[in-house]
Design a binder for this molecule. Structure first.
Ligand SMILES: [Ca+2]
Ligand SMILES: [Ca+2]
Length: 297
């Protein structure tokens, strides 16, 4: 028998030639050997049974798993297909709706474009009209400026009534008096002439204007020469423009009377009684004031 030691100072174990082991203190005899064989056999059988059970369980589990997978796959595939089919229909419907929306948007865009073009055309026309009106305004302003430069203005000292200017010699110098001929010459030199009274308004205006232009308490000495005479034909009174007709009512009561057979020139005075009966005839050589008239510039 070969002696093998596994651990120092430990109890010694020995194996005999038949493979049975013994300890230093106790040798396992044939009685022990017999019970071990049964145990090993039982263990082997148990192992076989366990193996068979394990294999069976494995096969069964595999089948169950496969079935479960199949069921799961089937149950999962059908709803997915229906879901995809429904989604496809929805996508197509959404596409149709988008197509209609796009067509509507294109129509609206075209309509808006036409409206914009129309408004642009109207705007251009309005712009042209504005430019035309501006040009007309500029022309009118130029005309107004030109008219203001030529109309409605009188020289200094001269007074204005409507579109006529009047020069009362008293306003320039109350010390200067002239006969009828020199008075008219003065008016002509000023670019005017002795006043010709065309209407009642003018008659009243001239008479009222000289109310305070007097140097004497006697009415006859405060008169102004006017542009009317009968020097060419006694008793036939004519205005110096040979156009205006004579209104007899302008004469003061009792005038013209050609007093002293030498009164051939017309005179106007202020009358508080009647502003339209303010004319009389007087001697043309008498020195008095005078009234000139010309159109306003
Ligand atoms: Ca006379
Ligand atoms: Ca007289």
């Amino acid at each position: 028998m070969e002696k093998v030691s596994f651990v120092r100072n430990a109890p010694q174990v020995f194996f005999n030639s038949a493979g049975y082991f013994k300890s230093r203190y106790k040798t396992f005899g044939k009685a022990v050997y017999g019970s071990n064989r049964w145990v090993l056999l039982c263990l082997g059988l148990l192992n076989v049974v366990l193996l068979i059970v394990a294999v069976s369980l494995g096969i069964k589990c595999a089948k169950v798993k496969e079935s479960s997978i199949h069921v799961t796959h089937s149950s999962a595939t059908q709803p997915t297909s229906e879901y995809l089919h429904d989604n496809h229909s929805n996508v197509i419907e959404a596409g149709e709706n988008l197509k209609k929306t796009l067509e509507t948007a294109i129509k609206n865009h075209t309509l808006l474009k036409e409206q914009i073009e129309q408004k642009k055309s109207i705007n251009d026309e309005n712009q042209r009209q504005v430019e035309t009106l501006r040009t007309e305004k500029t022309n009118l302003q130029a005309n107004i400026s030109a008219l203001e430069g030529t109309c409605g203005k009188c020289l200094p000292i001269w007074n204005i009534l409507n579109s006529s200017c009047y020069f009362f010699s008293y306003l320039e110098s109350s010390a200067v008096k002239n006969n009828w001929a020199d008075s008219r010459a003065d008016c002509v030199r000023r670019g005017a002439d002795l006043v010709v009274i065309d209407n009642q308004e003018e008659q009243k205006y001239v008479s009222d204007s000289i109310q305070n232009m007097k140097t004497s308490n006697r009415l006859w000495e405060n008169g102004f020469w006017i542009g009317i005479t009968d020097v060419h034909s006694e008793g036939t009174w004519t205005w110096i423009n040979n156009v205006t007709g004579l209104n007899p009512r302008y004469w003061m009561d009792g005038e013209p009377n050609n007093h002293g057979q030498k009164e051939d020139c017309g005179v106007i005075v202020y009358s508080s009684i009647s502003p339209w009966k303010t004319m009389y005839d007087g001697p043309c050589h008498n020195p008095i004031y005078w009234v000139c008239k010309m159109e306003s510039r």
